[in-house]
Structure formats: C-alpha cells, structure tokens
Design a protein. Sequence first.
Length: 397
Amino acid sequence: PTIENVGGQDVASLTLDKATLDKALQLLAKQPAGANTVNVEVSDSTASAQVIVPGSALQSAAGGTQLALSAQGVSYVLPLRAVDVAQAAKELGVEASSVDIRIALTQVSGAQKEKIAALSKTNGGTLLGEPYEFSVTVEAGGKQVQVNDFGTLYVTRSLTLEGTVDSGSATAVWIDDTTGAMNFVPATFAVIDGKTVVTMKRPGNSVYAVVQSVRSFDDIAGHWSQQDVERLAAKLVVQGVSARSFAPDAAVTRAEFAALLVRALGLNAAAGSAAFQDVAASDWYAGVVATAAKHGLVQGFEDGRFQPDARITREQMAVMVARAVALTGATVKTQAAPQFADRAAISLWSRDAVDQIVGAGIAQGVSGGRFAPGAEATRAEAAVMLGRMLEAVQFMN
C-alpha cells in the first residue's frame, strides 16, 4: 500500500484495478458454493486503511460479492450491492464506469476521541479501545457522494480489544452525526487468542466504538426481569423512567415499543412524521414511528391511525417482534409452539407471529398454559422479549 495523509492522519491506501479484481473474482468463482468474499488485508502498521475500487471493476462482480477490508484487528465486510453506484454516479453527473468507490476504516483520535470518551462518561460508561469511522464514498472529478445508509442490509464490521471484555456490560455504539448521541449497535463478543473481537452489524456507516457500563435500578432488585433489564440498560437499549427507577410492571405504549425496536435494531430514527393521521411531526416519537413504518415493523389501524399512546398488547408486540426478526434476515432456530389454552382468543392476524416467536423461544406463555394475547404488556416483558430476540438473531450474546 501507499501511505496517504488524510485529514492529518497516515492512511494505508490500496487501489484495486480492474485486472486485479477480475482475477480475484475468477478465483472466487472456482471456490466451493457460498464463497463470496474478496479479502483485502493491509499489513502496514498504520491504524487506518482504505481501498479504492474503480466503478468499472465492479461491473463484473456477482450480486452477492463482498469486499472485506482489514487492518490492525479492524475489519469491514461490505456487500458490493450495498452501494448504489448508478445513483451516486447520477448525483455526480458522470457515468457509473468512471467513478471510484473508496472504502475506509479510520481510527478516531484527538478532540473527536475525547468527545466520545466524555459522551461515554455522560452515559455512565467507559470507552474501551479506539473508536473507528467506517465510510464509503463514491468519487469522480474531485466531487464525492457519501454512502451512509444501506437500507435494510446489515453490514458487518469488527473491532479487536485487548484482554477479555464482559459482553454483559459492554456494548458497541454508533455516534449520530446529527444529534451527537450515542446509540446501541447490534454486536457479539468473542475471545480469540486472549483478545476480544467485537463483531457489529448495522445498515449504516458512522463512527463506532465500544463502551463498558453497569446499570441498575432500585425497583428491579429481585424482580424476574432484573438480569435482562440491567443488561439492556448497559447496552443503551432500554432506559429507566428516572435515574433510579425502571417501573418494570408499568404498561408500554405502542410508540414506546416502536422506539425500543428501532433502537434495538440499530436503525437511524428519521426526522418527520409517519403517514399516520394521529402522529404529528412535533411528537417525540414521530421519528421512530416513521422509521418503524418505513422498515415495515409497524402498521396502523384500518382508519389510518397508529394509536401511539395506546397500551400495547402481547399479541401486538409479538407481531412487531416477528417483523423485526424478518428485517434482520437472520435464520432463527424454531420448534413447534405449544397449543395455548386460549389459542382461540389469539387474533388471526397475529397467530403466525405468535407461533413463530414462541417457537423461537423469544416469547413465552403466562400461567395456566395461556398466551393472554389481549393482555397489556409490561416494561419488563418488553425488555425480556427484546433481549431474547437480539440473542436469537445473533445481535447480542
């Protein structure tokens, strides 16, 4: 690689020309079925790396091809279909064959790192290791288009931390450029050769980091949901009603559960209101409801309303969770769901979802062999169901 100075930082830079990529793709085609990744490993000792791929070289890549860039224990596995080269070229006013795609992993340092460390502290946590920015830009003629949103395509990145990190109290986070907020990133932790590899999945680019924190609430001590609530609070998925109180037995509104799902899936809450007549752009939940609707997690009622403040029922929650599982694209192990004594009371529109998530161990019945579909779900039930869903789709371990 050549060493470039980008923003005052040394970056190991590689350019994959068409001939080299074509050769790699030919070798890939000879591999067993399922092999679809072109690996680009930068062995230079610089902490940041980038690979530049000419748009002309991508035209011969099959739809499922991925490019994996790795350097110094950090990796970025980008499905090439995640980048809409034609659209970006259109924005740049050039032909798709004349653009370059720059895929980069850049170590965050200086004032920006200090800001993230301070934000971690504000959230009751400690920054572990180095934050990294993962980016994709499409460039031509000195102009560029940044690609930050991959729709529903979950893209994998990994960071390596020294020593053993407790996955119960550590979380991967992404930093929202617009708000400066720190948000949960679906991630699993694995100890390999005495180091912890954090594998993160999210359908968008940003600055990513790992933060460790311990959270607890006075009113969940000894509660059946305590372990799940504390873990999801440490991971910034659930929040208390105050600093010391979680209110585990309180009801959850439909808007609150939509917000929890959007957060748990690592989605970026859009601005503006969803297409529901009872959701105003000024409502606190407008962005999360819009995002949940955009990704098919929620639907309104036949009269065009969402009923954001209505308390969510167990069967409504089951349907939203089943849709969330489908959105992740994960294959979830299931077994036959038990025949609940009140199966006839489970609405036809929710029956398949209930069977699916009960069969996957994400939801359980209540006493007396019942599912209680119309019962109002509690904050504790919502937290536990989210935790089980994240584990089932391997978004948490």
